[in-house]
Design a protein around this ligand. Structure first.
Ligand code: F6P
Length: 535
């Protein structure tokens, strides 16, 4: 008989993993095969899950659940291009964008658009494609928000060297200062405005596009059409703005914005880092796709990682997990992952529209390694909430002394979270320092660390394009696997609509001077704003 979620939960609760004396410290001592069962190589990355407070019998239950829920068949169906986004009746073919998966027709379509974008990026880099003044372009103003911004911005920040022939500025916010800051020092004569919007109707992107076009018009003596390009699934709207077909790159409706960075959406990145590096990014992702599609549930890194997060969420009631890359190239990683995970998994109903009995996607947050240690690690080590963490590190690259110090910190944090520090050890240390007994009694409760706190350690050789591609694809697949475990749709995002619509209503009320229907709190807030500003 296939195991249901409810049966798995009951069986897992009986294991009492994570309870006092029954955490990874105990399992690492007593489970001889633990390291083999809890570590996986995938797409050039090494994953160590052994520090989580999950025993081998519990892992067996989790893997059986994955098998019995039919994860493999659902993964295969997505890869074939079947409808995975059931509410919107669409496929979810982000793998096709990088030549992965099993949907040959969409792979060919994606490859055509990718080749066009790469060719245009070559022309921008070489100066073959010139501006209306006959000059080579030096800057791209990349306009987009959410999935049309976070992925390309992350990859650009991670891989561009500072010596790129094309410099990219990203503009997502409609804060009036954001536009001024984005174009500061730019010359319209050498700037290409690249608009990324799957819908081409997102208000923030439309407003920023309008302002940017006005900026081009003010700075150029005609010919601004050469300064405009777009990636969109709504070619008609882009054409209506005067963008020529040659420079419109088509997005299929079968890719969600937050899964789209592998496509022409990243034209700005291609122009900055070049086609070889971009292709290495895609290759790395494809390797992870192959691993995801071909590995058994118990050796499948994205599935194992999803099972572990599902366990924390469902069995322990953990509300969040953190991600901490030890690389200055990945300072924007948490921002990208927040959208990927929370826009995909922040749902309350199952695939059939039934209310979920328990919360699904947890909060995802994080920050860059050494800085995070000095900011929020206190909470991870001593807070009452148990927050699992992904630590991401790179074994090679850069100055030896810096690299050693960085890696030592990454490994030490995982070790400290696991081992903790008991009262005897605290007392021993303070006595050795000659601290008075009264002070030891007063201080030691504050210095004890419970330990037994789980982390996943992800290790790659170097922080390069291939490793980044594999890492990002890993999290895409983990997100999908989690959606299957929770029984929800990872590919819609209706929750963002209401706020957008209300903003439109408010704006038009302010423009026309008409009062609207709002609750008392909102009315008071509007009155306050109007008494200060000029709305
Ligand atoms: O935040 C909602 C959302 O629809 C995201 O899913 C998407 O990435 C973003 O807005 C931008 O949408 P578009 O690419 O259509 O402008």
């Amino acid at each position: 008989m296939p195991m249901t979620r409810e049966q798995a939960i009951e069986a897992l609760r009986k294991q009492s993993d994570g309870d006092a004396g029954h955490d990874a410290r105990y399992f690492l001592e007593h489970e001889k095969t633990r390291h083999g069962r809890f570590s996986v190589e995938a797409g050039g990355l090494f994953f160590d899950f052994s520090k989580h407070p999950i025993s081998i019998p519990s892992l067996d239950i989790l893997c059986k659940l994955a098998t019995d829920l039919g994860l493999q068949a659902r993964i295969d169906a997505m890869a074939r291009g079947d409808i995975a986004n059931v509410t919107e009746n669409r496929a979810a073919q982000h793998m096709a964008l990088r030549g992965g998966g099993k949907d040959d027709a969409r792979k060919a379509q994606a490859n055509r658009e990718l080749s066009r974008a790469l060719a245009f990026s070559d022309d921008l880099r070489s100066g073959t494609y010139t501006s209306s003044t006959g000059e080579a372009f030096t800057h791209i103003l990349h306009i987009g928000i959410g999935g049309s911004d976070l992925g390309p911005r992350l990859v650009h920040d991670a891989l561009s060297s500072g010596h790129a022939p094309i410099d990219v500025r990203f503009l997502s916010s409609i804060d009036p200062d954001a536009f001024e800051r984005a174009v500061f020092g730019l010359d319209p004569a050498t700037t290409l405005v690249f608009v990324v919007s799957k819908s081409f109707g997102t208000p923030e992107t439309s407003l920023n596009t309008k302002t940017s076009i006005a900026w081009l018009e003010a700075g150029l003596d005609g010919g601004i059409g050469r300064h405009l390009s777009a990636a969109t699934a709504n070619g008609a709207a882009a054409r209506a703005l005067g963008i020529s077909d040659d420079r419109i790159f088509e997005m299929g409706d079968w890719v969600g914005g937050r899964y789209s960075l592998w496509s022409s959406v990243s034209l700005s990145v291609m122009a900055a880092i070049g086609r070889e590096a971009f292709n290495r990014l895609l290759r790395g992702a494809r390797q992870m796709d192959e691993h995801f599609l071909q590995s058994r549930m118990d050796t499948n890194a994205p599935v194992l990682s999803a099972l572990i997060i599902w366990w924390y969420r469902t069995i322990c009631g953990c509300q969040s997990w953190a991600t901490v890359p030890y690389s200055s190239h990945l300072g924007l990683f948490a921002n990208w992952l927040k959208q990927l995970s929370m826009e995909s998994l922040g749902k309350s109903v199952d695939l059939d529209g039934g209310l979920l009995g328990a919360p699904a996607g947890p909060v995802v947050w994080g920050g860059e390694g050494p800085d995070a240690q000095h900011a929020f690690f206190q909470l991870l080590h001593q807070g009452k909430d148990v927050i699992p963490v992904d630590l991401i590190a790179f074994a090679k690259g850069g100055d030896g002394e810096h690299r050693r110090a960085l890696l030592a910190n990454a490994v030490a944090q995982a070790e400290a979270l696991l081992s903790g520090r008991d009262a005897d050890s605290v007392r021993g240390d303070l006595e050795a320092k000659g601290v008075a007994q009264d002070d030891i009694a007063r201080m030691s409760p504050h210095m004890v660390m419970p330990g037994g706190r789980g982390s996943t350690f992800i290790l790659a050789e170097t922080m390069d394009a291939a490793a980044l591609g594999a890492l990002l694809a890993f999290y895409e697949h983990q997100t999908f696997a989690l959606s299957l475990l929770f029984g929800i749709n990872a590919f819609d995002q209706f929750g963002v609509e209401l706020g957008k619509n209300l903003a439109r209503t408010l704006e038009s009320e302010w423009t026309s001077g008409a009062g609207g229907q709002h609750d008392a709190s909102t009315n008071a807030l509007i009155a306050r704003i109007q008494s200060i500003g000029d709305q």
